[in-house]
Design a protein around this ligand. Structure first.
Ligand SMILES: Cc1cc2nc3c(=O)[nH]c(=O)nc-3n(C[C@H](O)[C@H](O)[C@H](O)COP(=O)(O)OP(=O)(O)OC[C@H]3O[C@@H](n4cnc5c(N)ncnc54)[C@H](O)[C@@H]3O)c2cc1C
Length: 391
C-alpha cells in the first residue's frame, strides 16, 4: 500500500451513525490490535517476510535500506482499519491514497498480498484470540480499505506520477531551502494540498511536501524544506539539491482548503514549515478582490523560525482582509509578537465561533492546538488539518 507511513485519518468524528455491523467490526479490530500493539516489531517482521514471499516485486515499493521492525506501515494500515466506521472522513482520504499509490505501480494482486500478509501476522501474534469473528472483522475492514483505494486508482484520469525539474535551489536560512520546480506537465493540486515527492539523492524515500504557492499559469511550484536533525530526505534536499535535478511526484492529497462562499471568517494557525499550505491558500485568495476575513497565527520557538513573516506582512499590507499575529515561545522582548505556544495564544482568544479553522504544523503542534481549542469551545467540525505525521 505504501512505502511511507500513511497519515492518521485527519479527523476524529462521531461514529455513532455507523451501521452496527461496522461498529462491531471496528471494535474487534481495535480490541485485538490493542492486545498485540506492544509486539508491533514482531508483527511487522512477519508481515514483510510474508509479503515479499507472496509478491517479491513489492520489495521495490520500499526504500533500499528498510527497517522491517519499525512497524510504521503496519501501524498506518491498522490506523485506517480502525477508522472505517467514519466513512465521511475516511472515504475522501482513501480516494486520495489510492490515486497516490499509483506512483508505486501497485496492482490489485499487491493489495491481496498485503491483506494476506497482514492477517497472517496478526493471527500469529494473537494466538488463541484469533477467533472466526475476529478474522472476519480484520478481513472485512481490510477489504473496505483496499477496495476504496483500488476503485479510486482505476477511476483516476491522471498519470500515475509526475516529474519536474529543479529550476532554483536557494537557502532561506542555514537549515531551510526554497526549491522551485518546473513540472513536465501540469500537476493538478488545489491550494492547501500536498504532494509526495521522491528526489534523486534519496531514491524510493518518498516524503510529503506542500507547495507554497497556488497553481500558476506556468505550472511552477515552490517548496520550502526544513532540514530535520537526522532526517534522511530533508537534509539531502537542503544540502545537495542542484538545478537540473529531476523530482518525481505522486497525486495531490490533503484536506486543507477555504470555502470563500461559506460566509464564515477564517482562522489559520501555522507552526514552522506548516506555513506552506496556508501560504498557498493565501496566494490563491490574493487573486480575489473580496474575501472572508482571515486571521493567521504564525508561530515558532524564536523569531528566526518565522521565515515567512515578511511575506505575510506584505500580503496583509495590501489585503485588508488579512491579519497576521506572530507568536514566539521564547520571550525575546519583540514588539508586536505574542509570547507562548500557538495552543496557548490562540485558545486565549476564546472559541473562534463562526470561523473555519485551518491548522498546519508538526504532529505535536497540531495535537496540542486542536485539543486546547476543543477545550476552549471550538467545535471539532470547524477544524481542518493534515497532520505532519511521524507516529
Ligand atoms: C502533509 C505533510 C506536509 C508536509 N509538508 C512539508 C513541507 O512543506 N516542508 C517540509 O520541510 N516538510 C514537510 N513535511 C515533513 C516532511 O514530509 C518530512 O517528514 C520531513 O522533511 C522529515 O523527513 P526526513 O526524511 O528528513 O526525516 P526522517 O528521516 O523521516 O526522520 C528523521 C527523524 O526526524 C523526525 N521527524 C520527521 N519529520 C519531522 C518533522 N516534520 N518535525 C520534527 N521531526 C521530524 C523523525 O521522527 C525521525 O526521528 C510534511 C509532512 C506532511 C505529513
Amino acid at each position: 500500500m505504501t512505502a511511507e507511513p500513511l497519515n492518521p485519518i485527519p479527523k476524529v468524528a462521531d461514529s455513532s451513525n455507523a451501521p452496527e455491523a461496522v461498529t462491531t467490526m471496528v471494535r474487534h479490530v481495535r480490541e485485538t490490535w490493542r492486545e498485540i500493539e506492544p509486539y508491533t516489531p514482531e508483527v511487522a517482521q512477519f508481515f514483510y517476510g510474508m509479503l515479499f514471499t507472496l509478491a517479491p516485486e513489492a520489495r521495490d515499493f520500499f526504500p533500499i535500506h528498510m527497517d522491517v521492525r519499525s512497524g510504521k506501515l503496519v501501524r498506518a494500515i491498522v490506523n485506517i482499519l480502525q477508522s472505517v466506521d467514519r466513512p465521511d472522513d475516511v472515504a475522501p482520504y482513501l480516494v486520495q491514497l489510492g490515486r497516490d499509490h499509483r506512483k508505486f505501480g501497485v496492482q490489485s494482486h499487491h493489495y491481496e498480498a498485503i491483506g494476506t500478509a497482514l492477517l497472517a501476522a496478526v493471527k500469529r501474534q494473537l494466538g488463541p484470540g484469533w477467533t472466526d469473528d475476529v478474522e472476519r472483522a480484520w478481513a472485512e475492514a481490510f477489504t473496505i480499505v483496499a477496495r476504496s483505494m483500488q476503485d479510486a486508482a482505476e477511476a483516476d484520469e491522471y498519470p500515475p506520477s509526475w516529474t519536474g525539474t529543479v529550476a532554483e535551489h536557494r537557502r532561506l536560512s542555514w537549515d531551510l531551502a526554497l526549491v522551485r520546480i518546473e513540472p513536465d506537465r501540469h500537476i493538478p493540486y488545489r491550494p492547501g494540498q500536498y504532494l509526495s515527492v521522491e528526489v534523486p539523492q534519496r531514491p524510493r524515500l518518498w516524503r510529503n511536501l506542500s507547495p507554497a504557492n497556488a497553481p500558476r499559469p506556468d505550472g511552477s511550484i515552490e517548496f520550502h524544506v526544513r532540514a530535520i536533525e537526522g532526517g534522511w530526505v530533508s537534509r539531502g534536499i537542503v544540502s545537495h539539491t542542484q538545478p537540473g535535478d529531476v523530482w518525481r511526484f505522486g497525486a495531490p492529497m490533503g484536506q486543507l482548503h477555504v470555502d470563500r462562499e461559506s460566509g464564515r471568517d477564517i482562522l489559520m494557525i501555522a507552526g514552522g514549515t506548516g506555513i506552506t499550505p496556508l501560504q498557498s491558500i493565501l496566494d490563491d485568495l490574493g487573486r480575489y478582490g473580496k474575501n472572508p476575513n482571515v486571521t493567521i497565527f504564525y508561530g515558532g520557538a524564536a523569531r528566526e523560525d518565522l521565515y515567512a513573516l515578511e511575506v505575510l506582512r506584505s500580503l496583509s499590507a495590501t489585503n485588508p482582509w488579512l491579519t497576521v499575529h506572530p507568536v514566539v515561545e521564547r520571550d525575546e522582548g519583540l514588539s508586536g509578537f505574542e509570547v507562548g505556544t500557538l495552543a496557548d495564544v490562540v485558545s486565549s482568544y476564546g472559541a473562534w465561533a463562526d470561523h473555519d479553522v485551518l491548522v498546519s504544523g508538526s504532529p505535536s503542534m497540531i495535537r496540542a492546538t486542536v485539543s486546547r481549542m476543543l477545550v476552549a469551545g471550538t467545535a471539532l467540525d470547524q477544524i481542518r488539518y493534515d497532520p505532519f505525521i511521524e507516529e
